[in-house]
Design a protein around this ligand. Sequence first.
Ligand SMILES: Nc1nc2c(c(=O)[nH]1)N[C@H]1C(S)=C(S)[C@@H](COP(=O)(O)OP(=O)(O)OC[C@H]3O[C@@H](n4cnc5c(=O)[nH]c(N)nc54)[C@H](O)[C@@H]3O)O[C@H]1N2
Ligand SMILES: Nc1nc2c(c(=O)[nH]1)N[C@H]1C(S)=C(S)[C@@H](COP(=O)(O)OP(=O)(O)OC[C@H]3O[C@@H](n4cnc5c(=O)[nH]c(N)nc54)[C@H](O)[C@@H]3O)O[C@H]1N2
Ligand code: SF4
Ligand SMILES: [Mo]
Length: 689
Amino acid sequence: MTVAAAPPRVATHCPYCALQCGQWVDRTGAVDGREFPTNRGGLCQKGWTSGALLHHPERLTTPLVRPARAAPLGPVGWDAALGHVVDRIRALQAEHGPDAVAVFGAGGLTNEKAYLLGKFARVALRTSQIDYNGRFCMSSAAAAGNRAFGLDRGMPFPVTDLDDAEVVLLAGANLAETMPPLMGHLSGARLVVVDPRRTPTAERAVASGGLHLQPVPGTDLVLALGLLHAAMADGHLDAEYLTERTTGFDEAWRLAAQWWPERAERVCGVPAADMRTVVGWLAGATRRYVLTARGAEQHAHGVDTVTAWINLALALGLPGRPGSGFGTVTGQGNGQGGREHGQKSDQLPGYRSITDPAARAHVAGVWGVDPDSLPGAGRSATELLAALGRSGGPKALLVFGSNVLVSAPNAGAVAERLAALDLLVVADVLPGETAMAADVVLPVAQWAEEEGTMTNLEGRVLRRRRALDPPPGVRTDLEVVSGLAQRLGFDGFPADAETVFDELRAASAGGIADYAGISYARLDAGEALHWPCPEPDHPGTPRLFTERFAHADGRARLVAVDHTPSAELPDAEHPLRATTGRVLVHYQSGAQTRRVAELAGVVPESFVEVHPDTAARAGLVDGEWARVVSRRGAAQARVRCVPSMRLDTVFLPFHFGAEQAANLLTNPALDPVSRMPEFKVCAVRLEPV
Ligand SMILES: Nc1nc2c(c(=O)[nH]1)N[C@H]1C(S)=C(S)[C@@H](COP(=O)(O)OP(=O)(O)OC[C@H]3O[C@@H](n4cnc5c(=O)[nH]c(N)nc54)[C@H](O)[C@@H]3O)O[C@H]1N2
Ligand SMILES: Nc1nc2c(c(=O)[nH]1)N[C@H]1C(S)=C(S)[C@@H](COP(=O)(O)OP(=O)(O)OC[C@H]3O[C@@H](n4cnc5c(=O)[nH]c(N)nc54)[C@H](O)[C@@H]3O)O[C@H]1N2
Ligand code: SF4
Ligand SMILES: [Mo]
């Protein structure tokens, strides 16, 4: 008897979050966990079931075009689809100028795609109007990191460093649901979880002998100031570190001095005694970390809130000390690389600024164009969406890798703006809400069908590898961008991932995120390369800041920040604070995971977590549908009575579309520095349906 040989399998990484767990994928699309430092062989349910989308019956396999705005989408060939897009682009730009066409990218795209998309916008379209969904995700943490450390790499250390931590404070991070394998690295630590909800992560904190601090949503900044005050008062500051490695403490302290713990408690609701306990734990351990995620960041004052957490970490002497540190947990698969190579409106490859003449000259040199021909900075994502179809705003939008109809704030208004466009083009894998609203839909390959690189939450560059062919009729994003550029008369847009990466290396050389020394050959040989990696024989930089921070003087900055209330506060008509976020089995807008039966079966529809007393007051019954109403719109959600909820707060996941979309409620108020919207607080009321 002969045993059939197992089909050959390819080493790649999960399509979803920034942990980029190691996966095996075989020719049939079967997925298995693979030993890799972030996941050690394990995967979460999303990773295990990701193969279900490869042969999914709803997979887009032919370009679709809507001949007129009101006509239905119909199948066409690639030549017709790309030709149609280019004809419309030319006509709109001839009438309204280059900025009439806008591009929207994503932190899930490979480095190669993010890079080529940025170059396509600046060189082939000559538009300044390009931004991406990272504005919704990482921009506040990035701005705070740049301000404090002179450089933004979410985790400036490998996640395996966390294995030895004694105390870890997680501010607005529900890692037990959003990155389950990462919890394995925290199993030896006492955890402090700051979250308005009693999440599974908060439960783990209590079980670890730590604490769950349950602030009012939008008041982390006060809590962090209260903790800094307690640290000062109880003699826990690291004076030597502050003197040798930082500047700005005196100014920061002047504001924090007014937030003694009892006063901070009156605003954030966290007991002063708990604040003192927590700083005592952080100061008393030698290996300790402060990590933030979207709960601290997605606010109209998210940059200052992250800054307050960084100030606390600096005052205790954590960043850049081996075995300790500050980090922000990057979200999307390529959330880190996606913010480095030019799809952000103010950025050029290598994390360069588009307003810096030297940066423009370098990148223009690589691209073979005149630096003066490169456009300047365009609108940020939320502002870009708000300008669509308006006078002076873009008339066409090309979307790669984002489902903005579900995931952008104030989604009802976004739908109106998309409808006001002359041309909406969406490249996607599946018929998500935004794709189905498009005039042209371009079917593209998925992770296991293409080559490329991703940069994970540790700043480590990883190879995505092709395990199987895409279905007939499907092209890669790189082929789509290359094809459009060619039809617009531009040759310099290769579709081969390694060729694009080699160009990216040159464009990033000498920049902050320097990839010049990273090659497919080195990655394929198994090297673990974290940027910056400026030379082919450079070992990469797994740990940053151990000697100096990235500011010219080598010091980190404490920046003076003070409490600002959320942009929208409860009132008589909208008496509750709604916050939003994630559940384990769904990913983002749900375009992918709502189509995986094993996942959709667990959480099939939207819900609202609410304290039983708050539910009763609103006339709601557990398990029945509720209408959640904000100043912008209403969303349907099934009532989940949760006794651990704050009486003043409700929670909705944002993974659902149509009338269940939480973003029908959310406030598009923006942080003044990062232009990140306030996803985590808006005022609502609850009504029975
Ligand atoms: N299952 C799953 N995993 C994912 C994703 C997914 O969609 N699903 N997406 C990936 C991406 S792109 C991202 S960005 C990450 C996000 O990862 P996380 O940041 O862990 O996820 P969120 O659920 O958005 O927010 C975390 C917590 O913030 C809390 N929160 C709300 N308001 C506040 C506040 O004012 N202060 C504090 N301290 N906390 C608050 C919420 O209750 C929530 O539990 O997850 C990644 N992993
Ligand atoms: N209320 C609320 N809203 C939020 C958040 C929140 O916490 N609360 N979080 C925000 C955050 S952190 C994020 S990151 C955003 C994310 O939200 P989105 O930007 O909508 O991200 P996804 O749902 O991942 O959308 C990805 C789309 O791209 C498709 N896709 C997948 N891979 C590829 C590819 O390789 N190429 C192309 N062309 N398409 C592909 C998928 O099928 C899907 O349609 O949501 C934000 N919105
Ligand atoms: S934790 Fe993130 S990368 Fe790992 S399997 Fe789950 S979704 Fe994929
Ligand atoms: Mo995100």
